[in-house]
Ligand binder design. Structure first.
Ligand SMILES: *[C@@H]1O[C@H](CO)[C@@H](O)[C@H](O)[C@H]1NC(C)=O
Ligand SMILES: *[C@@H]1O[C@H](CO)[C@@H](O)[C@H](O)[C@H]1NC(C)=O
Ligand SMILES: *[C@@H]1O[C@H](CO)[C@@H](O)[C@H](O)[C@H]1NC(C)=O
Ligand SMILES: *[C@@H]1O[C@H](CO)[C@@H](O)[C@H](O)[C@H]1NC(C)=O
Ligand SMILES: *[C@@H]1O[C@H](CO)[C@@H](O)[C@H](O)[C@H]1NC(C)=O
Ligand SMILES: *[C@@H]1O[C@H](CO)[C@@H](O)[C@H](O)[C@H]1NC(C)=O
Ligand SMILES: *[C@@H]1O[C@H](CO)[C@@H](O)[C@H](O)[C@H]1NC(C)=O
Ligand SMILES: *[C@@H]1O[C@H](CO)[C@@H](O)[C@H](O)[C@H]1NC(C)=O
Ligand SMILES: *[C@@H]1O[C@H](CO)[C@@H](O)[C@H](O)[C@H]1NC(C)=O
Length: 434
């Protein structure tokens, strides 16, 4: 009961208060200094009163706002209840929100730099000379949003340090405005004017800007948060896949995430630096690879915040093996197969002949004969045998067959196998196991 009465009392008081005071001519501006962001919308609250509380005799006929003018008489207006003499600068941008109920709130869209300055409200009644201008008016200051970065490490925040980003206007301070943040033009959650990073990481790096809530047009210039860190994820990649063949060339490339970027690369082979051999760049090239180049390679990267070694890659240099194309293989294979076939037939024939000789006892069956040509087929070996051949076979190795060819001389018609001199005989196929 008590509380309710009190509330009621205060409610009545608030409603009645202007009326109570309203026995007089007055214009009230609750905010006398307003900080506005360029391209935003600003609302200038305002109310007014005059002695005739209920408007029985005095009727308000015209209301208007003027900008940067002493008494709002005979000037161009920001807004006017009759839409008269509107300044082109405010046309379609400014609006007298409420034209009755002694509420004179003004709204201006898309604030521009030259909108800054003093604003006054004035009203005129039906009675001559019964007019009022609200002095001293409202001062509007137009500014832009900006992001200020504070870091425990100065301008180059290092990973793990404290960083805060604060969004505010350059020359005046916004009161109770909600802010939205953008990182790389993506909206971030939250409406706090300050972003805190107690343990900043490279993931927080990006371009930050802020704007008044729901009005990206008021966006501040971007501030770059560039968190620095020592090299990480260092690895070596090899230019070729699979075996590295002698005589070819190979390039190793070192890559790493580091901020600032890697300042120096050092290459190691089996844990010994090979930088003196021209390996101080991001890539290490070996031309004309030899087996001595086999081994474990890694790189070490350095920036101002630290160093890191990559894991090692193992290079294995394969000895060059000759490669024959399929055609060559087929041709060679065919030739070998034909030769093998001829050989088999040859051996078969020789062995058959040897068997026949043994059966016949190699008795003289014909005249001595010399072979006039080099024979390569079985037929030519069905020659008449001399008497001596028995002796040959019996006295010499039974298990070895000789294929003999005479290189015929003029006198060879007279000669027999026995008379042959060594140089007359060419062994075209040597020993064959029987
Ligand atoms: C005046 O009108 C504005 C806009 O409609 C409103 O926000 C404001 O509360 C009003 N002021 C008073 C004192 O009624
Ligand atoms: C951040 O801004 C810089 C400079 O304006 C630009 O070079 C960079 O590409 C921007 N980065 C992103 C992620 O937008
Ligand atoms: C908003 O920022 C203020 C400092 O400007 C801080 O005290 C407050 O905790 C922040 N609020 C949230 C929800 O982060
Ligand atoms: C900061 O963050 C890193 C990685 O997220 C973590 O390893 C480290 O412990 C954190 N340091 C502090 C002081 O919280
Ligand atoms: C931003 O400005 C453009 C024109 O400059 C306007 O069309 C748009 O409505 C504005 N957006 C906001 C959220 O004010
Ligand atoms: C290291 O590699 C991991 C996995 O690819 C990645 O998530 C991480 O962002 C990298 N670290 C840095 C500092 O780039
Ligand atoms: C290089 O050093 C590392 C660590 O000291 C060791 O594990 C590795 O076996 C060494 N490699 C060679 C080829 O000596
Ligand atoms: C990288 O490896 C080389 C050779 O094994 C070693 O001398 C050096 O200290 C290592 N660097 C780091 C940062 O571990
Ligand atoms: C590659 O090395 C071999 C052996 O050292 C050498 O004979 C050859 O000329 C080299 N080839 C080239 C292209 O350098």
């Amino acid at each position: 009961m008590e509380a309710r009465d009190t509330l009621h009392f205060w409610g009545l008081t608030l409603v009645i208060l202007p009326g109570v005071l309203g026995g007089e001519w007055a214009v009230w501006y609750p905010e006398k200094h307003i900080c506005a962001v360029r391209r935003s919308t600003v609302i200038i609250p305002c109310s007014y009163d005059h002695p005739d509380k209920y408007g029985k005799t005095l009727k308000v006929q015209r209301t208007m706002w003027c900008h940067a003018h002493e008494n709002c008489i005979d000037t161009k207006y920001v807004c006017h209840s009759d839409n008269k003499n509107i300044s082109p600068e405010f046309k379609d941008r400014a609006e007298c929100l409420v034209k009755e109920q002694k509420n004179c709130t003004l709204k201006i869209n898309d604030i521009k730099g030259k909108d800054s300055g003093n604003y006054k409200f004035r009203f005129e009644t039906n009675k001559h000379g019964q007019i009022w201008t609200g002095h001293p008016g409202v001062d509007l200051q137009v500014s832009e949003l900006q992001v200020e970065m504070t870091s425990s490490k100065g301008n180059e925040p290092r990973e793990g340090s404290f960083v805060s980003l604060n969004c505010n206007t350059k020359s005046c301070s916004l009161t109770q405005q909600e802010i939205t943040w953008y990182k790389n033009s993506m909206l971030l959650p939250g409406t706090n004017a300050t972003l805190h990073f107690n343990n900043v990481s490279y993931l927080h790096s990006g371009n930050y800007s802020c704007a008044l809530k729901d009005n990206i047009n008021t966006s501040s210039p971007q501030v770059i948060l560039d968190v620095q860190y020592p090299p990480r994820n260092t690895s070596v990649s090899v230019s070729s896949y699979g075996d590295i063949v002698e005589g070819s060339s190979v390039t190793l490339t070192c890559s790493s995430n580091a901020n600032p970027p890697v300042q120096r690369y050092t290459w190691f082979k089996n844990n010994a630096s090979v930088t003196s051999e021209g390996g101080s760049g991001q890539s290490y090239s070996i031309t004309n690879v030899t087996s001595e180049d086999s081994g474990q390679y890694h790189c070490e990267v350095i920036n101002k915040h630290g160093a890191e070694n990559s894991t090692a890659v193992t290079l294995t240099v394969a000895v060059k093996a000759k490669y024959y194309g399929p055609t060559v293989i087929i041709v060679v294979g065919t030739v070998l197969a034909v030769l093998a076939l001829i050989l088999i037939i040859f051996i078969y024939a020789v062995r058959r002949k040897a068997g026949a000789q043994r059966e016949e006892g190699c008795r003289g069956v014909g005249p001595k004969a010399a072979v006039d040509n080099i024979y390569a087929s079985t037929a030519e070996f069905n020659l008449p045998y001399t008497e001596h051949c028995e002796q040959n076979f019996s006295s010499q190795e039974e298990e070895i067959s000789y294929a003999t060819v005479n290189f015929k001389r003029q006198r060879s018609k007279r000669s027999s196998l026995r008379q042959e001199r060594p140089e007359d005989v060419a062994i075209i196929y040597s020993t064959v196991r029987a």
